[in-house]
Ligand binder design. Structure first.
Ligand SMILES: *[C@@H]1O[C@H](CO)[C@@H](O)[C@H](O)[C@H]1NC(C)=O
Ligand SMILES: *[C@@H]1O[C@H](CO)[C@@H](O)[C@H](O)[C@H]1NC(C)=O
Ligand SMILES: *[C@@H]1O[C@H](CO)[C@@H](O)[C@H](O)[C@H]1NC(C)=O
Ligand SMILES: *[C@@H]1O[C@H](CO)[C@@H](O)[C@H](O)[C@H]1NC(C)=O
Ligand SMILES: *[C@@H]1O[C@H](CO)[C@@H](O)[C@H](O)[C@H]1NC(C)=O
Ligand SMILES: *[C@@H]1O[C@H](CO)[C@@H](O)[C@H](O)[C@H]1NC(C)=O
Ligand SMILES: *[C@@H]1O[C@H](CO)[C@@H](O)[C@H](O)[C@H]1NC(C)=O
Ligand SMILES: *[C@@H]1O[C@H](CO)[C@@H](O)[C@H](O)[C@H]1NC(C)=O
Ligand SMILES: *[C@@H]1O[C@H](CO)[C@@H](O)[C@H](O)[C@H]1NC(C)=O
Ligand SMILES: *[C@@H]1O[C@H](CO)[C@@H](O)[C@H](O)[C@H]1NC(C)=O
Ligand SMILES: [Cu+2]
Length: 671
């Protein structure tokens, strides 16, 4: 069986020089008239993507992109070494593409889900089969990577569970409770945290263009798309305004936001009349908001949660009243545990931790607040002990609605997030250096346009073009937004965020992870890391530095610099970009063409292979909180809206199951 599949794969690939070695189970089976010639041994996972209406704050329904009728979409759980056949059926009236955030795709660079880079956008009515292997343990997520669609709700959790022999850091947390910790880990609760706007991404972006404003004011902070819009009195706003904002003589709006024309927003010619009053000023209190509730059983001793930020632009932070957070994993890697009161969760970040369930039975607020100065805003959930009759009387908050610490609290340090097991290889020297300047696009005069490299903006219209992966890299000129590397190179990316107001940027790198080796104040005044290291070695961490897929550059009133180092191990076209969707859509991205000397050849049936039927070995069932009606805010998701232009799914979805085919036809007819 395995032999014949391999033979089929070899036949299919014959004649193409595939530089990336293919190992393990066969990847591509021949398909004939929609019937699979061979059955893949991957786990099937399908999301049917539609427009629907959701009403997370109770303020009224808004169009959102749902996966199988919900947002967040269904969670995927796999075990290390397993592969998935992740089928995306696009029932939208627009293009899409689904990225697997943090998944390195070492053998499948065409399954990274970035339209214009690794695949053609999935057209309305079409589908794409993403096959990839779980190569690293951790908490990840899938999300749309087509323009700013993440802000419209297309996201869902991915957990990759360890093999039985994988070392975990749980013993370091409580050596006498490893069984309980392992059990808690096995049912870890994914909690998406995000900012919410009543405007869809398209509407939001059009407002930015019309007003020439980088909109950084949201309506609500949601947990698993449940929340409430809270409005403060002017006295409360004045009370909660930070000393820094007061020092800048800024009066926050009724939504708690820095006004779009405040001096820190930059000197731009704006058309503020194009902004609706509720973009920055008018706050409308939810009449029927809710709190996401995660029920835990104190008999378990411990519970685990993974916060996943799907936020469009707010960098968030979280605390749980009366509970220390025992962080064991950060951005795709077990870390040396840190026991903290608070975690900061940048856009695209995942932070996993345990809490000890030793408090009096009751509901303990999970507080999620904006970490930036741009807006005073919080959202809430509840950690509810089984048998709870309501708010725990002794609950003590660790931060205010504005996110200011109450008393002396400790915060998780991403900078000190050393891998629990250091990666096999780290180089103290680099072969290649890129210097980027993280800033608004110079000279263009657009407040909402950004650059990662320093000069050029990556244009969203590239998402509709021919994928760079499909081209001969020699035909692609290197530029401000396209950088090339050779296989095996160690690459430094030096990022300078100029003052006077250096905003934080949660930078996410696709494919293999990077080492976060140093950051400091000022411009990076050396020509490379070797020179800087010679001048002052304590600026760098070469001793088990954090190894991750995302890191948020620090915010400052002044210049700051950050250096990532990575090894070119996986040839392909990969994004490195700011994960704030407003900055990304404004152009804050660079395409890394890694290993141009070992460029992969995309199989002709990429995205169109047959779906497998294997069962995952991971034994995880989502908690009751994560059932569709609970995750779909207010249970009000109804699919509608999407009027696919032409539906060709039956021809391309390549399902063996006639039931599925039938469902697709029925859907096509009824729409
Ligand atoms: C999503 O819906 C499709 C079709 O209704 C179904 O086959 C599939 O199993 C669902 N996916 C998940 C993850 O439940
Ligand atoms: C899943 O379980 C089967 C049967 O026990 C085993 O053969 C296979 O190797 C396992 N796969 C993984 C990825 O652990
Ligand atoms: C302002 O804060 C103080 C304590 O910091 C509190 O006593 C007072 O009630 C607050 N006022 C308002 C309007 O929130
Ligand atoms: C603060 O701003 C107000 C109006 O917004 C202005 O009248 C006042 O002069 C400013 N004060 C300082 C110290 O800049
Ligand atoms: C803002 O820019 C304009 C030209 O675009 C310039 O004339 C003006 O001096 C600038 N204002 C400040 C405060 O920098
Ligand atoms: C949500 O929880 C917070 C903190 O416990 C509370 O202040 C708020 O009233 C709750 N909101 C709703 C809508 O229940
Ligand atoms: C509960 O556990 C925490 C550590 O997470 C500890 O500091 C605290 O003293 C314990 N409280 C009780 C009531 O046992
Ligand atoms: C930062 O330093 C580099 C190298 O010394 C220099 O080329 C660049 O112009 C500086 N940038 C700014 C904004 O000063
Ligand atoms: C070297 O860098 C460290 C860390 O930023 C700093 O504390 C120290 O003052 C620097 N030493 C010199 C000689 O500049
Ligand atoms: C929703 O979650 C609650 C617990 O928070 C649970 O009691 C209820 O059964 C869930 N609803 C559904 C439809 O599963
Ligand atoms: Cu950014």
């Amino acid at each position: 069986m395995a032999g014949s599949r391999l033979a089929a794969a070899v036949t299919l690939l014959a004649g193409v020089a595939l530089a990336v070695p293919l190992t393990g189970s066969s990847l591509f089976e021949k398909r004939d008239n929609g019937i699979c010639a061979a059955v893949s041994d991957c786990i099937p996972f399908t999301i049917d993507v539609t427009w629907g209406q959701i009403n997370p704050t109770g303020a009224g329904p808004r169009a959102a992109i749902l996966s199988n009728g919900t947002s967040p979409g269904p969670p995927l759980k796999m075990k290390l070494g397993e592969c998935v056949d992740f089928l995306v059926i696009n029932h939208l009236d627009v293009e899409t593409g689904v990225h697997f955030h943090g998944i390195q795709q070492s053998k499948t660079p065409w399954a990274d889900g970035v339209p214009g880079l690794s695949q053609y956008a999935i057209q309305a009515g079409d589908s794409y089969m993403y096959r990839w292997t779980a190569e690293e343990v951790g908490s990840y997520f899938y999300h749309s990577h087509y323009k700013g669609q993440l802000m419209d709700g297309l996201f869902g959790a991915i957990f990759i569970m360890p093999s039985d022999s994988e070392p975990t850091p749980f013993k370091a947390i409580d050596a006498s409770a490893t069984d309980k910790l392992t059990a808690a880990y096995a049912k870890s609760e994914p909690i998406f945290i995000s900012d919410w706007s009543k405007y869809t991404f398209d509407e939001f972006y059009k407002l930015e263009e019309a007003a020439n404003v980088d909109i950084d004011c949201s309506d609500a902070i949601l947990l698993n798309n449940i929340g409430s819009q809270y409005c403060l009195s002017r006295d409360q706003i004045a009370n909660l305004t930070s000393p820094q904002i007061t020092a800048l003589n800024i009066t926050l709006t009724n939504k708690g936001c820095i006004p779009p024309d405040a001096v820190v927003q930059g000197n731009y010619t704006r058309n503020l009349a194009a902004l609706p009053a509720d973009a920055f000023n008018t706050c409308t209190k939810s009449s029927s908001g809710k709190n996401y509730t995660h029920v835990v059983d104190p008999a378990d001793g411990w519970a685990s949660m993974s916060l996943i930020s799907a936020a469009g632009f707010e960098v968030l932070k979280a605390t749980i009243d009366n509970h220390k957070l025992y962080v064991y994993e950060y951005n795709g890697r077990y870390v040396t545990p840190q026991v903290v009161d608070q975690v900061i969760v940048g856009n695209g970040d995942r932070v996993s931790f345990f809490v000890k369930l030793n408090q009096t039975v009751g509901d303990y607020p999970i507080r999620v607040s904006n970490n930036g100065q741009n807006q005073i805003i919080s959202g809430f959930g509840a950690l509810s002990y089984k048998g709870s009759k309501g708010p725990a009387p002794g609950a003590v908050a660790a931060m205010t609605f504005a996110g200011a610490s109450i008393g002396k609290i400790t915060t998780f340090s991403a900078l000190k997030a050393s891998p629990f097991v250091a990666p096999a290889e780290f180089s103290k020297t680099a072969d290649k250096t890129f210097r980027f300047t993280l800033q608004k696009l110079p000279k263009a005069g657009n407040a909402y346009r950004w650059t990662l490299s320093g000069n050029a903006a990556y244009d969203m219209s590239n998402d509709d073009g021919m994928p760079l992966l499909y081209k001969n890299p020699a035909s692609i000129p290197e530029s401000d937004i396209v950088k090339k590397t050779n296989y095996g190179d160690w690459v430094d990316i030096i990022m300078h965020s100029p003052g006077p107001v250096a905003q934080p940027h949660p930078i996410h790198k696709h494919s293999n992870k990077f080492f976060m080796i140093g950051q400091g104040a000022g411009n990076f005044s050396w020509s490379n890391v070797a020179e800087a290291y010679a001048a002052n070695s304590s600026l760098f961490n070469f001793n088990n530095p954090p190894y991750l897929d995302g890191y948020t550059t620090i915010a400052a009133l002044g210049d700051v610099w950050t250096v990532f180092r990575y090894k070119v191990e996986i040839p392909g076209a990969w994004f490195i970009h700011c994960h704030m969707q407003t900055h990304l859509s404004g152009g804050m991205a660079v395409a890394l063409l890694d290993g141009v000397d070992k460029w992969p050849t995309v199989p002709t049936d990429a995205g169109k292979t047959c779906q497998g039927q294997a069962a995952s070995n991971s034994s995880w069932t989502p908690s009751a909180d994560l059932t569709a009606s609970n995750t779909t805010a207010s249970g009000s998701a109804t699919t509608s809206q999407g009027t696919p232009k032409t539906y060709t799914g039956a021809a391309s979805a390549v399902q063996v199951s006639t039931l599925t085919l039938l469902a697709i036809f029925v859907a096509a007819l009824s729409l």
